[in-house]
Design a protein around this ligand. Structure first.
Ligand code: ARG
Length: 579
């Protein structure tokens, strides 16, 4: 696809390396990067790495590549700089043609991947009978962005919500439901999931009889007792309603059909332990069946186990994750597994993945990645809390976002109250999501309303305003030039914008390479900033602008809006038409 400028240049470099040095490299190995230097569009750094292999100084290698580069139509005369950098400047005619070609393309130049994979994507994954906390918020937001990006790139994605819906706490939770006459009372709703959990916990600690009943209830649950199962299901349903409320508010695409909670794998656990035993991978330690993947030790240097079956015969989190891998790879034929879970669980996933490699549950063709993320900090630099000291309730946080956004929106717009309310939602929810997505996911980030709702800087509000501004220009112009309209890149700001618009495929590819949505955010921010520069320098609708220049600038403006809208939609953020 001509729109993928990076791919076009890389292919030329691959050809030059073959012709000049008889060396085969892949596109990725060409070490091509957009250049930040004024007057240079791209830089290729491959010569330094090849010097040894070729037995020539890097500059000579670079010169040989340049001499063999088919460039007349694509580049101005390529230059070798410094120790052997190849500086590339695209010809403006070529750029104009390429940008004109994506103007009529609904994928804006992003070609679907040639070898689609099937990803099993574990995200959100909150716990039943507990409020979703900010960690689950991050998982939901990042996971959903990856879902959208992967699908758009042409992969198949099987999202699954690994609900914490099983295990010993459910004895006490169900017993507590029974005490509340849940069986017989009409009104089935829990307003405060955390409160509910804590009540059960307190009773469990204070009342030995209740604790006893709870333990018996666990046994009843595990043996599939009908009344117990019915209550358990109601508890799960009730919690799921709360989660779905959050998903709806956030525009997270997970549905009830994507729920594969821990309970789902329960029937597979005994078989998985058997299988691992048969493969000779297990050991008994303290009466528990364990697997010790090599290389993992505790602080004392002792090997760390994954516990497959506890000494009392019970199963837990570890074995459930082994069965989960077996299910998604074995039954559902996923090629790649992604876990969007906080960094504190890094070791757990490393061990699970190592054990699955040992057992052959993951083959060489499978990848498994812990897409880890840092914590959200309050302005005091500590884990975010409510004033009362409890963890922040998500629904409250999101409502607060919308009410802050209402202030921002009011200041500026002349919309009806109804439109303003919708806009405040798009702005407020977008701001929360964007704040989360725009920083490197592995880092902690500070949650500040002021910063995330700023109309300047790398925020969703800035991008939404930028897009709304372009839309308003297009409305004023009254039309969008038809596909095939000639694009003229005479002003450097026009040229810079065209180049940026052609880099969407590269941004998506880079984001998916490291499962790093912030790379899309950075790209969109740069695009909006480049547009601002363009608009400040290149009048579009003013009198005296020649018709063909105006047409060309409208094409660029329209394309800018399309890139912003598509880019934002790929990270799950709305772009209102008017603000
Ligand atoms: N429910 C877990 C928690 O809240 C997250 C589950 C993540 N997924 C997994 N396959 N272990 O910490």
């Amino acid at each position: 696809m001509a729109g993928d400028i990076g791919a076009v240049i890389r292919d030329r470099l691959v050809g030059a390396l073959r012709a000049a040095l008889d060396i085969e490299v892949s596109r990725a190995e060409t070490m091509l990067r957009p250049s930040a230097r004024p007057g240079v569009d791209y830089q290729c750094n491959i010569a330094m790495g090849l010097a040894k292999r070729v037995g020539k100084p890097p500059r000579a290698v670079a010169e040989a590549i340049v001499a063999a580069l088919e460039s007349e139509d694509l580049f101005e005369a390529p230059e070798v700089a410094g120790p052997g950098f190849i500086n590339l400047v695209l010809r403006s005619e070529w750029l104009a043609g390429a940008v004109g070609a994506i103007a009529g393309d609904e994928r804006l130049g992003v070609a679907p991947v040639t070898e689609p994979r099937r990803y099993a994507l574990d995200y959100s994954s909150p716990n039943v009978a507990k409020e979703m906390h900010v960690g689950h918020l991050r998982s939901s937001i990042i996971g959903d962005a990856l879902l959208r990006l992967l699908r758009f790139a042409g992969h198949e994605v099987l999202p699954h919500n690994h609900l914490g819906d099983w295990g010993t706490p459910f004895g006490m939770l169900i017993e507590h439901l029974i005490d509340l006459d849940w069986d017989t009372a009409g009104d089935h709703s829990i307003n405060d999931l955390n409160g509910f959990y804590q009540e059960a916990r307190q009773k469990f600690d204070a009342d030995p009889k209740f604790a006893d009943r709870s333990r018996r209830r666990v046994v009843a649950l595990q043996s599939g007792d009908e009344r117990t199962m019915k209550l358990w299901q109601e508890l799960v349903d009730e919690s799921t309603r709360h989660f779905e409320e959050v998903y709806a508010t956030l525009g997270i695409q997970l549905t009830a059909a994507d729920i594969y909670g821990e309970s789902f794998y329960n029937p597979m656990l005994a078989g998985t332990v058997d299988d691992l035993e048969r493969r000779g991978l297990t050991e008994i330690s303290d009466g528990a069946v364990c697997i010790f993947p090599p290389g993992f030790t505790n602080r004392e240097g002792e090997p760390l186990p994954l516990i497959l079956r506890k000494r009392d015969g019970g199963y837990g989190y570890h074995i459930t994750d082994l069965a989960t891998v077996r299910y998604w790879v074995g039954e559902r034929r996923a090629t790649d597994l992604l876990y969007v879970v906080g960094t504190p669980q890094a070791q757990h996933f490393q061990m699970v993945i190592a054990a699955c490699r040992m057992a052959g549950y993951l083959s060489d063709d499978n990848t498994a990645t812990h897409v880890n993320f840092g914590t959200i900090l309050g302005e005091d630099g500590k884990t975010i809390r409510t004033r009362a000291g409890g963890s922040v309730k998500l629904v409250e946080l999101l409502n607060e976002a919308v009410s802050h956004a209402t202030e921002v929106v009011k200041e500026r717009s002349s919309l009806s109250p109804q439109e303003q309310a919708e806009l405040a939602r798009a702005v407020g929810i977008g701001a929360v999501k964007y704040a989360d997505l725009s920083s490197d996911r592995e880092k902690d980030y500070v949650f500040t309303w002021k910063k995330m709702l700023a109309t300047e800087g790398n925020t969703s509000v800035y991008l939404q305003y930028a897009n709304a501004r372009v839309r308003s220009i297009l409305r004023k112009a009254g039309y969008v030039p038809p596909a095939g309209t000639k694009v003229l890149l005479e002003h450097s700001a026009e040229r810079a914008l065209a180049l940026k618009l052609l880099q969407l495929p590269a941004a998506i590819e880079a984001a998916l390479e490291d499962f790093a949505p912030h790379k899309v955010c950075t790209y969109l921010y740069e695009t909006a900033a480049t547009f601002t520069m363009f608009y400040d320098n290149c009048p579009v609708l003013k009198d005296g602008v020649p018709a063909e220049v105006r047409q060309s600038r409208l094409v660029l403006a329209h394309l800018t809006s399309e890139v912003l809208v598509l880019g934002l939609s790929l990270i799950g953020i709305d772009a209102p038409e008017q603000m």
